[in-house]
Structure formats: C-alpha cells, structure tokens
Design a protein around this ligand. Structure first.
Ligand code: SF4
Length: 632
C-alpha cells in the first residue's frame, strides 16, 4: 500500500539493503542461503511456477478493480485483459456476450463468463515472459501449463473475493456504507478502480461517490462489490506501492488489504494449494506486514484526510488452488515488540554478511515441512532428514561448504559436463591459469594515504544514484574517492596525511576509484599504527577470472533521472567462490547475451566494481575480453 514514496535513494533505501518479507523468509529458511541468493545474487533456473504466481495475481488484482455497468449489460471481458494487451501494443478485444448485473448471482455469472479470455491473456503473458527468460529449468516448458490449471487458479481467487462481497452484502455494507454513498471510497489510500484516477504514493485521494450508489435503503449487490473491493497494487502506477519503514531499512509489498467490515485484514495470494515446504514462510511474511502496518500508521508522509480503515484484525493466506483461506494469528503487543527487535538484528546481520570472507551468514537450514492443502503444517518426523531436504532445494547446494555431502555431490554432478567425467575433474579443470586468478584473490579492501582534496560533494554513480565524492592526492597522482552507495559514508575531513582505511578499489569510466562505505574509516596517518598502505599509482582495478557460469539474469528499468538502463548478469564460479559479472547497456555484447549456465569462460581485463559491499566484475565493451571455452 503506497503510504509514502521510498525514503530517498539513501543507502538503506536501496532495495538490496532493505529487509523485505521475502528476504526474511529466505533468511529463516537458512541465513547462508540468503547470503547466496540476496547478497551474491545467484538465482535458480526459472520454472513455470515462478511466473504463474505473478501473472495470475496481477490478473486477479485487475479483476478486483472492476466497476460494473448498471444501465446496460456488462460485457464479458475483464478490463485487465484489454489494459494488459494495450500495454503490449496489441489490439483491444471485444466480447459478444454480456451479463446484466442485478444481484449476487449475476455477478457470479459475469465472473464465470470472463474466465476464458483471462486465461488466454495469462497464457499469452506467460509465454512472452518465458521466452524472454535467459535461464530456464531443464525439462520444463511453459507449454506444459494447461488452461485448466490457470482457470482453476483464477476461479479460486474469484470465489474468495465473492465470499467477501457476499459477507459485505449480508452485513448490509458494513460500517462504511453511508460514507461510500455520500462521497465514494472513504479511505486515506483508496482501493484502485479502473473507473477512477490512480492515486500515486503520498497523493491525497479526491474520490467522489460513483453515480450508481443508492442514497438510502438496503444495499445492492453492485454496492457490495464496490465496498468489498480490496486495496491492491495499481498496475497503472510505476512507482513502488509498498509500506516503507520510516527509517528506510525495511519494506513490504502487500497483495490485498480488506477494509469493508470496519477493520483491516491483510491477505496474501498464493497460486497453489499450499502443500509445499515453502508454505512455512506465510506466517512470517504476513506478520512482517503486521509490523510494517503498525509502524506506518502515524507516518508523517501519509496523505491527509480520509478514514484509516480501523484496527488490524486479521492476516490471511489465499491459496487459490482449492481455494483455501488460511488464517494466521496476529502477534500480540509483546510478541510484536520482540519480533521487530529480532528483525532489526537480522537486518544488521544481513548488512554484514559477505563484506569480509570471515563474515558469512551462518549455515543453519530450517527443516523442510510438508503441508496438507490449505497450508496446514504436517509433523516432521526426522529433523536431520528434513534439514537435508531444505539443502536439497537450495540454490547454493553445490557451492555451500555446509551442504550435506550427498546432496552436494548430486548438484556437482549436474554441473559436470560428460567430457570431464567427475566433479573432482571439474574442480581441477577450473583451477585458473595465468593471467587468471582465483575469485578470492580479487583485491577487496586496502588502505591508502594522502591529501583529501575537493568538496565532498554530489556526483552520479553508474546506477544514477547520487553519491558524494572527492579526491585523494599524493604529489601529482589523484584518485577519485566516492561513496559505495548513497549515504554509505559520513563526512570526510580535509587535510594532508590522512589514512583511508578499508576502502574498496575499483574502476569506472576507465578511471580508478576508491569506494567508501560504513566499514571504511578516515583518520590522521599518525593515528593508524601498523598498517600496510597501497600506493595510489598501484591500486588494482582489473580482474582476470575464469570458471563456470552458474546463474544468469538481467534487469532493465528507468533510473532516478528518468533514463532507461539495462544490465545483463551472470555468476561465475571457480570451484571455490562465486562473483557476479555484469554488463551494462552497450557492454551487453552478443557473446555476453549468448552465455548459458554451464558454459566455461575466461574474462580478461574486466573492471572491478562493487555492489552493496561485495565485489562485482564489470564488462568494459572495449577492453574486456570474454571467451567461451570448450571443456576437455
Ligand atoms: S546448502 Fe543448506 S546449509 Fe548451505 S546455504 Fe543451502 S540451505 Fe543453507
């Protein structure tokens, strides 16, 4: 729910630095798994389920934004279908069928009538996203997703929402009926509706009553649909629509917020029956939202006016396959306080994980818990075996020193090409040959000394974020010093003979840079004691690496100044460590695009960079050489 805009582009305000519900759930599954997935950024091969959930949820939220016609029959096509097609430059479609909305039965009939075109649109998007995805799971294909599966998921979401509408109708609209009739959606942040203007985060609502509300008398089914409409993320708004912790270090994006009965219920949509071990994360996810909800109610950035929706009264998981409604108990005040303390502590541990090789989040897998339909946890009989199941499904099982040996051996065997025969040969094959070095030998932190010159002022880094920078000089040698991310380092003193300790070397636009973050320090040289300094002219800025590609990804978007950007990524493993390799914009060469998981590569003269405290190797279009090798 868009309470406020994200708290600046501050260091903690960056998405990789915040704790989110999904990050927390991964951490609770295993902190080391979090490290691999979130800090290093390795991902799993895409399976259809990863996309189905997102698209079906978008389709349902779009459906809940519908407003019915009253003077004529309602065409049997959801507004979301044509919105989605339009977004993709496709012609709008019409339906020959229509349903006159007069009572609950007619709403149900209309909802049933729109399912076929919704299924077609969901399938179109699934195929499009699947085809664009650079890394798909072996043996899986989006073509295996049958229409009936999507149909059942959509029908589940329709049924659960129609239960809300029916309850609202039976409660004669609940306590907000008069407010809706007088002036429309009364809430400070109204529920998005296709027939109303979108309300951007932080903006005040200017809703007026839709003309089809009655003035007096019993509630109509049309009114019950309007009043029971939940808050959902508005697809017409590009800005994040999340609850942001006022200090910026936590954020959460809820699926549905129901408010029609005078209290607030936060619901999360799951495109499954809830039988897998991943269902264990639902309670924590929803309780994290409970906490964010409670601390953002009095936020000074909230828009003025409107009603609050009342007290939080419930947390629900909506499992669409069934469907099932899983009720999660709210935390009491005492538990809320202790949990928020615990989350803050987890966030501090997340911040430190991986900044130094000795600082890895602990390997501590939670047992894998199977569930009966509806997310009902089944007992765990053998805890050791259940923990091994969590490791078996872990993205990092091949690389983690604490993975059970049998599971690790299977994962390594899957990475070993036939030509190499065994995982031992694979590790041997990957030992780098000069000029390549092990990833662990990438120069991480070093100390320099000199005179800090220039105003510690704003400049734009390669992500378009505003960071502060100056220069350090010794004689005629100058090197730019800059913050690793916005607000990641405090003020710097000016002066001669200063020592910059624990700074990260790198290169950007072919100029040496030294990056400062919360682990760096500046003090007079004579106060540093026995420290080894690197000469400014000898700062290492390039990396020569070799190894196997073990993950692929990419993103694109628009930066804070409105400029489009794109990046393509892969993760390189050398048998010991993993590093992210990134190509930005025009550096995304055809060879880089072609890279596949399993390929063996040599990357020569790559630029050294940093992302959230861990090294990142960047492709320079003109100077970096990228070679794909055949195993032998
Ligand atoms: S393999 Fe097991 S211990 Fe290692 S990161 Fe994964 S879940 Fe944690």
């Amino acid at each position: 729910m868009p309470v406020v805009l994200p708290p600046g582009a501050g260091y903690l305000g960056k998405s990789r630095r915040r704790i989110s519900a999904s990050g927390l759930v991964t951490w609770e599954r295993c902190p080391r798994q979090w490290h691999y997935r979130r800090r290093i950024g390795i991902s799993d091969a895409t399976v259809p389920e990863m996309i189905i959930g997102l698209v079906v949820e978008d389709a349902l939220c779009g459906l809940y934004m519908e407003r019915f016609l009253t003077t004529e029959a309602m065409p049997s096509i959801a507004t979301w279908v044509n919105f989605s097609r339009q977004e993709n430059g496709l012609a709008l479609i019409k339906s020959e069928q229509s349903v006159m909305i007069s009572d609950m039965a007619s709403i149900r009939a209309w909802a049933e009538s729109i399912i076929p075109t919704m299924v077609t649109e969901v399938q179109r998007i699934l195929k499009e996203r699947w085809d664009k995805n650079p890394w798909k799971a072996n043996g899986r294909d989006i073509a295996e997703v049958e229409d009936i599966r999507i149909e059942n998921l959509l029908r589940g979401g329709i049924q659960l929402q129609l239960e809300e509408v029916e309850n609202c109708f039976n409660a004669n609209g609940g306590p907000h009926l008069e407010a809706y009739r007088a002036s429309g959606d009364p809430f400070t942040v109204p529920a998005p509706c296709w027939d109303e203007e979108p309300v951007k985060p932080g903006m005040s609502s200017s809703r007026t009553a839709a003309t089809d509300f009655n003035q007096t008398g019993e509630i109509t089914a049309w009114e019950a649909w309007e009043i029971a409409r939940p808050w959902v993320k508005d697809p017409r708004i590009a800005a994040p629509q999340r609850l942001f912790h006022p200090e910026g270090w936590a954020a959460g994006e809820m699926d549905l917020v129901h408010r029609w009965d005078g209290s607030v219920r936060i619901c999360d949509i799951k495109a499954s029956a809830g039988t897998s071990g991943y269902s264990a994360g639902l309670a924590n996810q929803l309780r994290f939202y409970q906490w964010l909800w409670s601390i953002t109610r009095t936020h000074s950035g909230r828009p003025e006016g409107g009603e609050s929706g009342g007290e939080l009264s419930g947390l629900e998981g909506w499992y669409l396959m069934g469907p099932h409604r899983k009720i999660i108990d709210l935390m009491d005040e005492e538990t809320l306080a202790s949990e928020s303390e615990r989350w803050k502590n987890i966030h501090s541990q997340m911040t430190l994980s991986g900044l130094h090789p000795t600082h890895l989040a602990p390997a501590d897998p939670a047992p894998w818990v199977n569930h009966a339909p509806g997310g009902k946890a089944l007992p765990v009989e053998d805890e050791v075996a259940a923990k091994a199941l969590t490791c078996k499904r872990c993205t990092a099982v091949a690389f983690c020193d604490d993975a059970p040996k049998a599971e690790q051996a299977k994962a390594l065997a899957a990475l070993t090409p036939l030509e190499l025969g065994s995982p031992e040969n694979l590790i041997q094959y990957m030992v780098p040959k000069p000029p390549c070095t092990m990833i662990s030998q990438i120069p991480q932190r070093l100390n320099v000394k000199g005179e800090v010159k220039g105003h510690w002022g704003p400049l734009s880094n390669h992500y378009g974020e505003e960071v502060r920078g100056a220069a350090i000089a010794v004689g005629s040698t100058n090197v730019v010093i800059e913050e690793m991310g916005a607000d990641s380092f405090g003020e710097i003193p000016q002066g001669t003979e200063l020592a910059l300790l624990d700074v990260a070397p790198g290169l950007w636009r072919r100029m040496t840079r030294l990056y400062l973050d919360e682990h760096s320090e500046i003090k007079p040289v004579d106060e540093t004691g026995d420290v080894e300094f690197t000469r400014l002219g000898l700062i290492p800025t390039k990396a020569n690496l070799s190894g196997q590609i073990v993950s692929r990804g990419g993103h694109s978007g628009v930066n804070v100044r409105g400029k489009p950007w794109s990046m393509s990524t892969c993760h390189l493993w050398d048998g010991e460590s993993i590093v992210e390799v990134v190509a930005f914009g025009s550096a995304i060469t055809r060879t880089f695009q072609k890279l596949q998981v399993g390929d063996f590569v040599r990357i020569l003269a790559a630029e050294l960079g940093w992302r959230d405290g861990v090294p990142q190797v960047r492709i320079d279009q003109r100077q970096t050489r990228l070679e794909i090798k055949e195993p032998k």
